[in-house]
Design a protein around this ligand. Structure first.
Ligand code: KIV
Length: 287
């Protein structure tokens, strides 16, 4: 049993070892992430696309996030349990933000929240931290901004946009977030941000220089057949293995070889014989 991973422990990893992060959305995926010794399990709002079949992350609600976070929390992982605040759960007011984040912790069992955006989120982040709710930032390609970005596009490729992102990252770190996810930005920009902020950066599509890396569970294990961005490295092909397993199961059903004797329950031979001998009686009852 390893030590519980905490937000201060993650914050202290700026000088290594690298922070390992993977998403999980239910008890089985959380147990696998935990067995593999993830530092952080993130109940990402990617739940919307990879598990619930929506086109983007905008449709997932606070209640759905709580439902899935609670399933992960019931596995009692040693990994730090971070949850995404879904779109519109932290945009309307400071009060709404605290109420929603509080529910993710008190009803869902999360230990920290993640929210997307830079300096414009500082009032919400400050209020969350004042309420003792640890916050992880998320900058760059922020999927909840799909419509303002005009699609899932790499961000910060030009000087001005890159400078804005550096300023956002510094502001989040100064505000007190314990780590920042950098998504879909050039590797050189991620390297500069990583050098300039005091908290660990966690990259996804942001090159190798971040202080940690995160991928979506279904992408890394080959369970998602939607679009696969170039930054995804597949370490297993579980959908193929699962399909093959089910095909063999169905073939055994057709062949009559499933279930076997060992896979069946048995009764006393005498009772079975008596039942067989009463068969004629039952048939005449039904005639
Ligand atoms: O929703 C998510 O899965 C995420 C990570 C990929 C960073 O935000």
């Amino acid at each position: 049993m390893r030590d519980k991973v905490t937000t201060p422990a993650i914050q202290a990893r700026k000088d290594g070892p690298k922070v390992t992060v993977v998403t999980a959305y239910d008890a089985p995926s959380a147990r696998i992430a935990e067995r593999a010794s993830a530092d952080i399990i993130l109940v990402g709002d990617s739940l919307a696309t990879v598990v619930l079949g929506y086109e983007n992350t905008l449709s997932v609600t606070i209640d759905v996030m709580i439902h899935h976070t609670a399933a992960v929390a019931r596995t009692k992982p040693s990994a730090l349990l971070v949850v995404d605040m879904p779109w519109l759960s932290y945009h309307l007011s400071v009060e709404e933000t605290i109420r929603n984040a509080g529910r993710l912790l008190s009803e869902g069992g999360a230990e920290a929240v993640k929210l997307e955006g830079g300096r414009k989120r500082l009032p919400m982040i400050g209020a969350l931290l004042a309420t003792e709710i640890p916050v992880m930032g998320h900058l760059g390609l922020t999927p909840q901004s799909i419509h303002t970005m005009g699609g899932y596009r790499v961000q910060g490729k030009q000087t001005d946009a890159a400078r804005e992102l550096v300023a956002d990252a510094r502001a989040l770190a100064d505000a007190g977030v314990f780590a920042i996810v950098l998504e879909g930005i050039p590797d050189a920009l991620a390297q500069i941000i990583t050098q300039e902020v005091s908290v660990p950066t966690i990259g996804i599509g942001a090159g190798p220089h971040c202080d940690g890396q995160v991928l979506v569970f279904h992408d890394v294990l080959g369970l998602y057949d939607g679009h696969r961005p170039k930054f995804v490295r597949q370490y297993a092909h579980l959908a193929d293995a699962a399909t093959e397993g089910l095909q063999r199961f169905f073939a055994d059903i057709q062949a009559g070889t499933f279930p076997s004797d060992a896979e069946s329950y048995h009764m006393d031979k005498q009772v079975a014989q008596t039942l067989q001998s009463l068969k004629g009686e039952r048939e005449s009852d039904h005639a």
